[in-house]
Design a protein around this ligand. Structure first.
Ligand SMILES: NC(=O)c1ccc[n+]([C@@H]2O[C@H](COP(=O)([O-])OP(=O)(O)OC[C@H]3O[C@@H](n4cnc5c(N)ncnc54)[C@H](OP(=O)(O)O)[C@@H]3O)[C@@H](O)[C@H]2O)c1
Length: 303
């Protein structure tokens, strides 16, 4: 498929979204506003990022008509090992209403279960279906769901997830899951596309040092291809996600990087370089590894 700036996924989602993980409330306000000013039309938020008040202020200050932007947010489902209570149907409904107040919005475009961390995930999914019916979200989906967890929803004869947001970069290429999502018309959204960068989440406590050896191997290849194509490694990694049919999310606290990361439509990765990058796959998730957690595997099976 030809991809351009105006291309959107099947659910009308702009292909490049601005992510808000690891931003303080004040940073979220500034960066979301900056992102919308430079042309992002898609913002990715979450209850768990504890900054939705800032994101809401940033959206409001940009003054863009509501219909022109696509806003995603996520339910934190609860997780017993972290002593975070698992949300019931009713609490799930209340959570989105509260998030909308923080975001100063009447509806979101996409509401996701952040990860299959709760045994109540089908009950939570039922609540998302109700939230869609009531118009508080236009679309519903999941995040960090593997094929088995997606099948649970299909087997329960419930409405199908319209999107699945997963870690996706050359080290974690999710080949089988990507195929499964395509077969089932589930829009794929990539997060932590930049995880192979040596500078990724460079501050202490952000997990950037995790699996450094695997990343070094990947960087030799990304360095070489990026230099040849005369683009930054960040742009190369984001464009790789786009050429695999994913929407990509990108977060930065720095205005010049915010701008750079949106500009992905002035070059193309040739097929042979795509293949070299594809060969780096180790199906190794990195983003949550610092927490010792693979969110796609964490929850126990439903009885
Ligand atoms: N569903 C989930 O479980 C989940 C998990 C993780 C992320 N997400 C979503 O996906 C978004 C993106 O993922 P992410 O935040 O993990 O990681 P990312 O966007 O892949 O990388 C962010 C890191 O890369 C740096 N960076 C950004 N642009 C750069 C550039 N052009 N050159 C060099 N470094 C650059 C940033 O530092 P500076 O800020 O210093 O620029 C930051 O440390 C998140 O913000 C969030 O919305 C979802």
């Amino acid at each position: 498929m030809e991809i351009s700036k105006s291309t959107r996924s099947g659910i009308g989602m702009p292909l490049v979204g601005f992510g808000t993980y690891q931003l303080s409330v004040d940073q979220a306000e500034f960066c979301v506003n900056e992102a919308l000013k430079v042309g992002f039309k898609h913002i990715d938020s979450a209850e768990g990022y504890n900054n939705e008040e800032g994101t809401g202020k940033g959206i409001k200050a940009a003054g863009i008509p509501r219909d022109d932007i696509f806003v995603t947010t996520k339910l934190f489902p609860g997780y017993k090992p972290w002593a975070a209570p698992e949300k019931t149907y009713k609490q799930t409904i209340e959570t989105l209403k509260n998030q909308l107040r923080q975001l100063q919005l009447d509806y979101v475009d996409l509401y996701l279960i952040h990860a299959p961390l709760s045994e109540l995930r089908l009950e939570q999914w039922n609540a998302l279906a109700e939230l869609k019916k009531s118009g508080l979200t236009k679309h519903i989906g999941v995040s960090n769901y593997n094929e088995e967890k997606l099948r649970e929803i299909f087997d329960a004869d419930l409405p199908k997830p319209e999107a699945n947001q997963v870690e996706f970069h050359p080290i974690c290429a999710q080949t089988d899951l990507t195929r499964y999502m395509k077969e089932n018309s589930i829009a794929p959204i990539a997060y932590s596309s930049l995880a192979p960068l040596s500078t990724w989440r460079a501050e202490e406590g952000q997990g950037g040092e995790v699996l450094a050896e695997i990343k070094e191997e990947c960087q030799l290849v990304t360095n070489e291809i990026a230099a040849k194509l005369e683009v930054s490694e960040a742009k190369l990694l984001l464009r790789w996600g786009l050429q695999h049919g994913y929407c990509v999310l990108t977060k930065s606290s720095k205005p010049e990087r915010i701008r750079e990361n949106l500009n992905l439509f002035d070059f193309e990765i040739p097929e042979n370089d795509m293949e070299r990058l594809n060969r780096l796959n180790q199906n190794q998730a990195i983003a949550w590894a610092a927490d010792g957690l693979n969110p796609m595997e964490a929850a126990p099976p439903l009885k």
